[in-house]
Design a protein around this ligand. Structure first.
Ligand SMILES: O=P(O)(O)OC[C@H]1O[C@H](OP(=O)(O)OP(=O)(O)O)[C@H](O)[C@@H]1O
Ligand SMILES: Nc1nc2[nH]cnc2c(=O)[nH]1
Length: 184
């Protein structure tokens, strides 16, 4: 799916496919260096992190394991409820593991604040966060995000894993939707 397939739904592209892959290569190089000589478990947060997890894992030279969690903090709309539920838990016992949470977006920061606390309570050696996008509100919460792809303005974004009403996840870029899409 690309911009022309979206017809009138797209308002603008904020991050292109080329920008995403160039930035992921930089982030992967940092992770390779930081975790040299240590085990690494990537924990992708479903569903939005599928794209970044797949591309990041392939850009890494460091051997790593992968596992997935699904949590729910958003309803059908575009704002975080702050109440987080585990929909799918890890299959891995993370005691003494170096865990790197991989996310598509940190917006209010509520989901990740909760998730970091939850994973820390399981006795890992370390827990760090890698997100493709961080929004300004996340800077107000007490969340140390070690790897950030892009700091973007406070707009609702879609593409590269990010959905609106389960659509647009398969766009290879990150963009915003035209106003009329929200009024359907
Ligand atoms: O910083 P916050 O305001 O808490 O928002 C971030 C969360 O929202 C998105 O997930 P979403 O609930 O949309 O689920 P999805 O990944 O399945 O689309 C994203 O993947 C984070 O988990
Ligand atoms: N699709 C999408 N999901 C989000 N979850 C938190 N912020 C966002 C956003 O901007 N877009």
């Amino acid at each position: 799916m690309d911009a022309k397939d979206m017809g009138a739904d797209l308002e603008k592209i904020l991050v292109t496919e080329d920008q995403i892959s160039a930035r992921l290569a930089e982030v992967a190089a940092e992770i390779d260096a930081d975790y040299a000589g240590r085990d690494l478990l990537l924990v992708g947060v479903l569903k939005g992190a599928v794209m970044v997890m797949a591309d990041l894992a392939r850009a890494l030279h460091h051997p790593c394991s992968m596992d997935w969690m699904a949590v729910s903090s958003y309803g059908a709309g575009t704002t975080s409820s702050g109440v987080v539920r585990i929909l799918k838990d890890l299959e891995t016992d993370i005691k003494d593991c170096n865990v790197l949470i991989v996310e598509d977006v940190i917006d209010s920061g509520l989901t990740l604040s909760w998730l970091v606390g939850n994973l820390r309570s399981r006795g890992p050696a370390s827990v760090e966060i890698c997100t493709m996008v961080r929004k300004p509100l996340a800077l107000d919460v007490d969340l140390n995000v070690r790897y950030v792809g892009f700091d973007l303005p406070n707009e609702f974004i879609v593409g590269y894993g990010l959905d609106y009403a389960e659509k647009y996840r398969n766009l290879p870029f990150i963009g915003t939707l035209a106003e009329h899409v929200y009024q359907r």
